[in-house]
Write a protein that binds this ligand. Structure first.
Ligand code: ZN
Length: 373
């Protein structure tokens, strides 16, 4: 992957490039990332830059044999570890390499992927992904081989949280790494990484993608300009989330929200019933997007009510909606509705029927409206 295809993160890119150019690449690094901020794409671009045979000042060349191999995730000196489930039946413990075909396919198509989608891609169903002790031992074996083609041997460990206590197996490797090896751990939750690991890694914090970079990226992905800012605001620097939103068919969140408010707030049972019937069919993913949108809208309305002079992160037609909410609902009520919507989002993730969720949400919303604070 080329640095220029990584969304935003210009300071981090610059830092990584300088490390290579100044020959100060740390043996062990932890990319600690906000969700969906692009830690894996950054690691891919960084490793490609490490192996590229014709480095440019600001990016890999993209055309040398090493670049081509890195892009296809088939470079013999770049290794990947990621959460997997045990393959059955299998005579030996499953390793990441057993899933390398799926990994290459999924990641070359979409390096901004969350763990859940990855596990779905390998048919994990509801099983939790794991990085096993055997995998950790295989990392040690691999890193002790001499590089085949590149000046470096690189190991990326994606979702290093999944290592849990097996991380201890890697301590010696982290302490006395073979020469020319680079280990990149990628994680989102610092507290789930063993302190012994943390203390041995150079920490690189990756903040969320800024709104402008996100909006520009969305344009490149073919999202019409009228929607880019809207999605950038709701996804809040998380490109995994932004992708879901741009593929969602809920293009009419504002209309949907307006009709919901009309029916729920004024308690028009007929309207409410019809709204629930119609929108109960929208599908789980779309409903999730709608509820995320609702959370965003109510949160912005809440902030606007609480903080004088607050500039809501909303497009123009949505600002009017937010103003309407602020007028109709007290601070306490806005907070209650926000909790309600978050709870419904949780239920949707837990497979409660969309129609039931919507109907219950509308009834409870109406109750909140009618009771005193
Ligand atoms: Zn190259």
């Amino acid at each position: 992957m080329l640095f220029r295809n990584v969304i935003g993160q210009s300071a981090v890119k610059q830092h990584l490039i300088e490390m290579v150019q100044q020959n100060t690449v740390a043996h062990a690094q932890l990319f600690l990332s906000q969700p969906g901020a692009g830690a894996l794409p950054l690691a891919l671009a960084f490793t490609q830059y490490l192996v590229c045979e014709n480095r440019q000042p600001d990016d890999s060349c993209g055309v040398c044999p090493a670049c081509i191999k890195a892009q296809k995730l088939i470079h013999p000196d770049i290794h990947y570890t990621y959460p997997i489930i045990a393959k059955k039946p299998s005579p030996h413990p499953s390793l990441s390499v057993d899933y390398i075909q799926q990994w290459r396919k999924v990641i070359t198509e979409q390096p901004y992927i969350n763990e859940l989608d990855w596990l779905q891609a390998i048919d994990a169903e509801n099983k939790q992904g794991n990085i096993s002790a055997e995998e950790a031992r295989s990392i040690i074996r691999t890193m002790n081989l001499h590089p085949f083609e590149a000046p470096y041997k690189v190991q990326i460990i994606w979702k290093a949280e999944a290592l849990s206590k097996e991380g201890n197996i890697l301590l010696k490797l982290l302490e006395e790494p073979p020469s020319n090896t680079v280990l990149i751990l990628i994680a989102e939750n610092q507290e789930e990484i063993l302190p012994t690991i943390l203390s041995r890694c150079q920490l690189l914090k990756i903040n969320k993608i800024d709104d402008d970079a996100m909006a520009q990226a969305l344009l490149r992905y073919g999202v019409p300009q009228s929607r880019t800012q809207h999605i950038a605001y709701i996804s809040d620097g998380n490109f995994e989330e932004a992708q879901r939103l741009m593929h969602s068919e809920t293009h009419e969140e504002v209309t949907l929200m307006t009709t919901w408010l009309d029916s729920a707030l004024n308690f028009k049972p007929g309207l409410l019933y019809r709204w629930t019937e119609e929108n109960g069919k929208m599908g789980r993913e779309n409903l999730k997007s709608f509820l995320e949108y609702a959370v965003h809208l109510f949160r912005e309305a809440l902030m606007g009510k609480y903080v004088a002079g607050y500039q809501p992160r909303l497009a123009e037609d949505e600002r009017q909606l937010a103003v309407r909410l602020q007028r109709m609902l007290t601070y306490g009520k806005l907070e209650k509705v926000l909790q309600l919507i978050s709870r419904k989002h949780y239920e949707i993730e837990r497979n409660v029927s969309p129609k039931m969720v919507l109907m219950d949400m509308s009834l409870k919303m109406n109750r909140i409206m009618r009771t005193k604070d």
